[in-house]
Design a protein around this ligand. Structure first.
Ligand code: PLP
Length: 423
């Protein structure tokens, strides 16, 4: 039951040197040159938001300095150039996830808005009271709350796929939840809180056997593994630009063209209409029907540059490098007495969530910060999973393509200091 797009499980040994040229990559990220409290920055908060390479920063600066204008509406030269860059970015993002057409790429503010867009559309006459939406215990709040709002408004039901103690998605339990009333499966590709990689290809195949569409929250997947929405068969696939080394304020809803065109508009306004009279309006087809108002032009172009940046690298090397970091981090962290790692799923991305006896996650985060190491402490917008493990919060170190084993060592050293302070 392994899906072809998943990284291989991490290995026990640390003998194979990563093929990624991390030294060169690090030079692309200006922020990595800065110091924090007099120490070199060690940035291990990539699951929350990743840093930006010069290429992205430059692409955004170039637009603003060179051809900035509103898109689509203008006949003048600047507007045409901006429109070409904006639509060009859409095309390259479509290729990045192997969408069949750029019409299947809707620009949103982020994954949150993308999921809300689908929930809002389905809520307008496409779901009936008693219909069921299946999610999992691994979901980020952005793939829970929109469905709860719909439940409270429409009387649909939410079914939740459980996980085991290691954080594995329980596939047999998932199958048991699929029934005649299931109208949508909405699950994450990778858990931001535990790192679990769900068997997404199998999930989609099983749902499709029952003609149930599947929305995948791919926020944590697109920066770390090759995603092919057609090979997966995803009906909807969502992600945020800022976790993919791109800017904030921009994200993507991929949707199969036929499905997108069946969804009613999300917001009304300029750009999304074909015609407007006081009696009625008619709407463009996807993706423009979902992009009301002036879009995030510069940010979309920045996301296009982020995708170009990723395309210039070898994805297998990225995945191997990050799996190496995961394996190394788990080994080093287990040296620390009283440290417990939450989530040891068979297939796991480079995210390590942990607690330490006698030390609150926020105190750990603060002490580690003084050593220049940026990690996250909290519930990671995934409170149900915290409840599942009986904790209010964890500390989370999440890795990206520019991180190194030496940085894992710095994290470990800082955690030893925590241990000394808290005993
Ligand atoms: C798995 C997952 N889904 C959704 C989101 C929401 O992304 P955004 O806040 O960019 O909309 C996040 C952000 O942390 C995430 O990790």
């Amino acid at each position: 039951m392994t899906s072809m797009t998943e990284p291989k499980p991490r290995t026990a040994g640390h003998n194979q040197p990563p093929a990624l040229d991390v030294d060169r990559i690090r030079k692309d990220f200006p922020i990595l040159e800065r110091q924090v409290y007099g120490r070199p920055l060690v940035y291990l908060d990539n699951a929350a938001s990743a840093q930006k390479p010069r290429q992205v920063i430059q692409a955004m600066t170039d637009v603003m300095e060179g051809c900035y204008s509103n898109v689509h509406r203008g006949v003048h030269k600047l507007s045409q150039e901006s429109t070409d860059l904006y639509e060009g970015a859409r095309g390259r993002i479509a290729q990045y996830i192997n969408a069949a057409s750029s019409d299947e790429i809707v620009f949103t503010r982020g994954a949150t808005e993308a999921i809300n867009l689908v929930a809002s559309g389905l809520g307008q006459g496409m779901l009936q009271p008693g219909d069921e939406v299946v999610i999992s215990w691994l979901e980020h709040h952005s793939n829970i709350v929109p469905w709860q709002l719909l439940r409270d408004r429409l009387g649909i039901e939410l079914k939740v796929v459980p996980i085991d103690e290691q954080g594995n998605f329980l596939y047999e339990d998932f199958l048991a939840l699929l029934g005649p009333k299931t109208k949508l499966v909405a699950v994450t590709h990778i858990s931001n809180a535990l790192g679990t990689i769900t068997p997404i290809a199998d999930i989609i195949a099983a749902a499709h056997e029952k003609d149930i569409p599947v929305l995948v929250d791919g926020c944590q997947a697109v920066p770390h593994m090759k995603v092919d929405v057609q090979a997966l068969g995803a009906d909807f696939y969502t992600f945020s630009g800022h976790k993919l080394y791109g800017p904030t304020g921009i994200g993507v809803l991929y949707g199969r063209k036929d499905l997108l065109n069946r969804l009613p508009p999300y917001q009304g306004g300029g750009e999304m209409i074909s015609s407007v009279t006081f009696e009625r309006s008619t709407f463009k087809s996807a993706p423009h029907r979902f992009e009301a108002g002036t879009p995030a032009i510069v940010e979309a172009i920045g996301l296009g540059a982020a995708v170009d940046y990723m395309n210039a690298l070898d994805f297998q090397a990225i995945t191997a490098h990050e799996q190496d970091l995961l394996s190394y981090a788990e080994t080093r962290l287990s040296e620390i007495e009283g440290l417990t790692i939450l989530g040891q799923a068979e297939h796991k991305a480079a995210i390590v969530s942990f607690t330490m006896d006698g030390a609150h996650p926020h105190d750990i985060g603060t002490i580690v910060d003084r050593a220049g190491v940026a990690i996250r402490a909290g519930h990671h917008c995934a409170q149900p999973i915290m409840d599942r493990y009986g904790v209010a919060a964890t500390v989370r170190a999440s890795f990206g393509l520019y991180n190194t084993r030496a940085e894992v060592d710095k994290l470990t050293d800082a955690l030893h200091q925590v241990k000394e302070l808290f005993g």
